[in-house]
Design a protein around this ligand. Structure first.
Ligand SMILES: O=P(O)(O)O[C@H]1O[C@H](CO)[C@@H](O)[C@H]1O
Ligand SMILES: O=c1cc[nH]c(=O)[nH]1
Length: 236
């Protein structure tokens, strides 16, 4: 079974806990700036993956691409073929609730979705994708200790970035905080594999106001989220 069609890692090359980002260059940035003794285990399709040490703990970091189908492939393989236990997504998101602002951190406690990803499970109802509580609890504790501004709640995982006649803002009437494109699939793959997952997001743009982060603020606020995820990873 290993390596797979999408991941060149051999058995044992990936740690039990993996940080993941849509952009593989964000994964490379984390590896090069925070990990020691890094080893690049994957570059198939440019979806870079590295294993290294953070404060002495072995962790991996890998890209997952954009959208649920892409994240679905990489996380399915990590959970089911590479014996990964914990996946922490570090992503960007658009704020849809007005009190959620640029650079804020959002912990996705739940992930509502406009996709049909859950149809594969043939359930007679609607599955609610949720974060693994002990990951959420520990990550929030790290953010609190570091005095970062954060929100915990529901996000929208959407199949649509450039919408024609639909707006993610409609979801704010249900208290949904922000929109991104992968958390629901991550939580469903984790649930089905009986593994752990958390999605941590940084607000890169406000859908409600049209404001966007400058490239400088993007870099600073993304590192805050990365440091929370790394501190969480060493506790797992
Ligand atoms: O910054 P990442 O992790 O890619 O996350 C968000 O950014 C992409 C869209 O620009 C989507 O993947 C969305 O989920
Ligand atoms: O999916 C995303 C990510 C960032 N900003 C958005 O508006 N949508």
């Amino acid at each position: 079974m290993l390596p797979t069609a999408h991941n060149a890692a051999k058995e044992g090359e990936i740690a039990k806990t993996v940080l993941m980002a849509g952009d593989p260059l964000r994964a490379k940035f984390i590896a090069e700036n925070y990990l020691q003794d890094i080893h690049c285990y994957n570059s198939v399709r440019g979806m870079l993956g590295y294993t290294g040490l953070y404060k002495g703990k072995r962790i991996s970091v890998q890209g997952h691409g954009m959208g649920m189908p892409s994240l679905g492939i990489y996380t399915y393989e990590l959970y089911n073929f590479y014996n990964v236990e914990n996946i922490i997504r570090v992503g960007s998101a658009g704020a849809i609730k007005e009190d959620v602002k640029l650079m804020d951190i959002v912990f996705a406690m739940g992930a509502s979705t406009d996709s049909n990803y859950a149809n594969q499970y043939q359930l007679k109802g609607t599955f609610s994708p949720t974060a693994t509580y002990h990951l959420l609890e520990k990550a929030v504790a790290v953010a609190k200790e570091k005095n970062h501004k954060y929100h915990v709640g529901n996000v929208l995982t959407s199949d649509i970035f450039y919408g024609d006649s639909v707006s993610p803002l409609d979801w704010s009437k249900m208290g949904v905080l922000a929109v991104e494109m992968e958390a629901a699939a991550l939580y469903m793959n984790a649930a089905r594999a009986n593994k752990n997952a958390l999605c941590i997001l940084t607000i890169s743009d406000e859908v409600h106001s049209g404001r966007q982060l400058s490239s400088h603020d993007r870099q600073v606020s993304f590192t805050t989220m990365m440091e929370i995820a790394l501190e969480l990873a060493i506790e797992l």
